[in-house]
Design a protein around this ligand. Structure first.
Ligand SMILES: N[C@@H]1[C@@H](O)[C@H](O)[C@@H](COP(=O)(O)O)O[C@@H]1O
Length: 262
């Protein structure tokens, strides 16, 4: 696990974009599979990737993408659905084929079957090469709320009131935020080959400290990243402000061997 404390949100966006770009341009991977997160944190990364597409010829036409999660009971066409969110904030601005962008169907009649189908689709694509992750203020990744099994697969979860309140800003009223979601499990996420967790702002500081320096525990689902062999945690100063070993992380990154990528 590498913890990188960067100078401002733009640097976080650029560094996350660098990692995605490296995967997309890799000659070792014929069909790069991207794991996309929603929420406001990765929007700057997506904007930077779209800029590189426009100005630097970065092409996503050979890529596939899988979303982490979706609300249950919200039409895909609703502007708050993650299906719509990822198109508005990323897919519509690059040359990624819309048909190559997959997300759990929160309107499926048989939601348990849909969850299994989604895990199988990720496996059939060869797994995810690079997974972007945000983090909720209660330590969730995807929509894996506290108490999520560390080896869970894609399934239904009930949102905490904290998450519903945090996400109310995207809806007309707090009551409109769905109670249930379909989310990749922590075990599903753990199978991605590279996890890139990004967090900015002071509101994420406690959750980041619990995820990175706390015990590996279902109480803080994001702590599952400690178990993974290739993790980059990209933070601004505010999101890093509760880390006990911040000084060491800065020192280690500043002295990183030049031949080593994130
Ligand atoms: N399901 C998403 C998560 O994937 C995201 O990480 C989290 C944080 O969102 P934000 O980046 O807006 O703080 O929000 C939602 O709950």
């Amino acid at each position: 696990m590498e913890i990188v404390i960067l100078d401002g949100v733009d640097a976080v966006d650029r560094t996350a974009a660098d990692i995605v770009e490296r995967t997309v341009r890799s000659t070792h991977v014929s069909i790069p599979v991207l794991g996309l997160a929603t929420g406001s944190t990765p929007v700057g990364t997506y904007r930077e990737l779209a800029r590189r597409h426009r100005e630097e010829g970065l092409s996503f036409s050979h890529c596939r993408a899988f979303l982490l999660d979706e609300y249950i009971g919200l039409a895909r066409s609703a502007e708050q659905s993650y299906f719509s969110f990822i198109r508005e904030n990323f897919v519509d601005h690059v040359d990624l084929d819309d048909a190559a962008v997959f997300s759990p169907d929160g309107e499926a009649h048989d939601i348990a079957a849909e969850a299994q189908r989604y895990d199988a689709a990720i496996a059939a694509a060869g797994g995810i090469d690079v997974q972007i992750l945000g983090i909720g203020t209660d330590g969730h990744i995807g929509f894996n709320e506290p108490g999520s099994s560390l080896r869970s697969r894609t399934r239904v979860k009930t949102l905490t009131e904290q998450t519903r309140t945090d996400n109310a800003r995207f809806f007309d009223s707090p009551e409109a935020v769905p109670h249930h979601v379909l989310t990749q499990g922590l075990g599903t996420i753990d199978e991605a080959r590279h996890l890139v967790l990004i967090a900015t702002g002071e509101s994420k500081a406690e959750a980041v400290a619990a995820a990175v320096e706390g015990p590996l525990s279902a109480h803080c689902p994001a702590s599952v990243i400690q178990w993974h062999p290739h993790v980059s945690v990209l933070l601004d100063d505010a999101a890093a402000s509760s880390l006990a070993l911040a000084e060491y992380y800065r020192y280690a990154y500043a002295n990183k061997p030049r031949w080593q990528h994130l």
